[in-house]
Design a protein around this ligand. Structure first.
Ligand code: UT7
Length: 334
C-alpha cells in the first residue's frame, strides 16, 4: 500500500449547535467534570438536534468541502460516507446525501467504526488515482446509539461530521497506508442487538445491555498497541522516522490514549493535535473534524507531513501519511 499522487483539494466540517458540558451531564448522572476530564480529556461535546440525523450533518460538511474545493456537486464521481451510525439500517446513508446534493453519482457507506475515515481515505485514494473525484465524509450521531443512563459510555461520545474532496494531483502524496482488523472479540465494543444475528425485539431488548456497550479498559489497551504499531508500519514503509512528521492527527477517543501513543512513538506533545476536549469521541468523524480544526488553528501549513492513525470497534485500525498541499480555496469552515 504505497503512496499515491492524490491530494485533499477540499475540506469542511460541521458540529451541531448544542454543546453539552461535563457539568451538564453530572446533573443527571453519577459522574463529575473532574472524572471525565482526568480519565478522557473531554470537557464538552456536541449533540445533534432532535430533527438532525447523520445525513444532515454529512450534508453540511460535504457542502463546505465542495465549496472549499471550488467544485459543484455534479463534479463528484463517488460519494462515500464513513459511518457506524447510519440514518437507517437499510439503505446506506451515502445515497441520501447524494440525493440532497442533487446528484446521482455512485454512493455507498463504509463501516469500519472509528477507523472508517482512514479506511475511506485508502478506498478514495485508489478511486482518485483511477481518475475519480471522490467526496469522502465521516459522519456520526453516536448520541442516538448510547444509553444515556450508562455513565461509562454516555459521557464519551459526541456528534459531528467532516468531509474531504480527493483528487489526483501531480506531486501530491497520500500514503503509505496500514489497515487491519481483528474480529475475534467483537463484544469488547459493540451494539449486540438490531442486526441479522439478533434482530431487534422490543421485549427481549428492553434492557440496556442491548444498547452500545464497551469494555473500556480492554479497548484502551488495544487502542494504544494497535495505533502505535500501525503508525510505525507506515513510517517504516515510507522509510522515514517520526521526527519527519510535523503533525499527528489521531482518532480522538481519549487524550490519554493519544498521549500514550505519542510517547511510544516519540512524538512531542505539541505535534499531537487534540480536539477530544471539545468534540468528545465522534468515531469516523473525528479525524476530518480534527483536520479542519488544525487548519483553523494554523497548525496545517502547506508542505506539512501528517500522520493519521485510528482505532475502533471491529476491532479495526488504520494509519497513513499525508502531505498537506492546501485546498483549492485554502478556506476554513466552522
Ligand atoms: O472510539 C473507539 C475506541 N474507544 C476508545 O478508545 C475508548 C477506550 N477506553 C477508554 O477511553 C477508557 O477505558 C474509559 C474512559 C472508557 C474508562 O476509563 P478507565 O480509566 O479505563 O476507567 P474504568 O473503566 O476502569 O473505570 C474506573 C472506575 C469504575 O469504578 P470502580 O469499579 O473502580 O468503582 C467505573 O465504574 O470509574 C467508574 N466510572 C465512572 N465514574 C464516574 C466509569 N464511568 C464513569 C463516569 N463517571 N462517567
Amino acid at each position: 500500500m504505497s503512496s499515491v499522487e492524490v491530494a485533499i483539494t477540499g475540506l469542511g466540517s460541521y458540529l451541531p449547535e448544542r454543546t453539552v458540558t461535563n457539568d451538564d451531564l453530572a446533573q443527571r448522572l453519577d459522574t463529575s467534570d473532574e472524572w471525565i476530564r482526568t480519565r478522557t480529556g473531554i470537557r464538552e461535546r456536541h449533540y445533534a438536534a432532535p430533527e438532525e440525523a447523520t445525513s444532515d450533518l454529512a450534508l453540511t460538511a460535504a457542502r463546505r468541502a465542495l465549496a472549499d474545493a471550488g467544485l459543484e456537486p455534479t463534479d463528484v464521481d463517488v460519494l462515500i460516507v464513513a459511518t457506524t451510525t447510519p440514518d437507517h439500517p437499510i439503505p446506506a446513508t451515502a445515497p441520501i446525501v447524494a440525493a440532497r446534493l442533487g446528484v446521482e453519482c455512485a454512493a455507498f457507506d463504509l463501516n469500519a467504526a472509528c477507523s472508517g475515515f482512514v479506511y475511506g481515505l485508502k478506498v478514495g485514494a485508489d478511486l482518485a488515482v483511477a481518475g475519480a473525484t471522490v467526496l469522502l465524509i465521516g459522519a456520526e450521531t453516536l448520541t442516538r446509539y448510547v444509553d444515556h443512563d450508562d455513565r461509562s459510555i454516555a459521557v464519551l461520545f459526541g456528534d459531528g461530521a467532516g468531509a474531504v474532496v480527493l483528487q489526483a494531483e501531480q506531486g501530491a502524496s497520500l500514503g503509505p497506508f496500514d489497515l487491519g482488523s481483528d474480529g475475534s472479540e467483537v463484544e469488547i465494543l459493540w451494539m449486540r442487538a438490531g442486526g441479522a444475528r439478533e434482530p431487534f425485539d422490543p421485549v427481549l431488548h428492553a434492557d440496556a445491555s442491548s444498547r452500545m456497550n464497551m469494555r473500556g479498559g480492554d479497548v484502551y489497551r488495544h487502542a494504544v498497541v494497535r495505533m502505535t504499531e500501525s503508525s510505525r508500519a507506515v513510517l517504516d514503509r515510507a522509510g522515514i522516522g517520526v521526527e519527519d512528521v510535523d503533525l499527528v492527527i489521531g482518532h480522538q477517543a481519549n487524550q490519554r490514549i493519544l498521549e500514550a501513543v505519542g510517547q511510544r512513538l516519540g512524538v512531542s506533545e505539541e505535534r499531537l493535535h487534540l480536539t477530544v476536549d471539545r468534540h468528545g469521541n465522534t468515531s469516523a468523524a473525528s479525524i476530518p473534524l480534527a483536520l479542519d480544526d488544525a487548519r483553523r488553528s494554523g497548525a496545517l501549513q502547506a508542505g506539512a507531513r501528517l500522520l493519521l492513525t485510528a482505532f475502533g470497534g471491529g476491532l479495526t485500525w488504520g494509519s497513513c501519511l499525508l502531505t498537506w498541499k492546501g485546498t483549492r480555496s485554502g478556506g476554513s469552515s466552522a
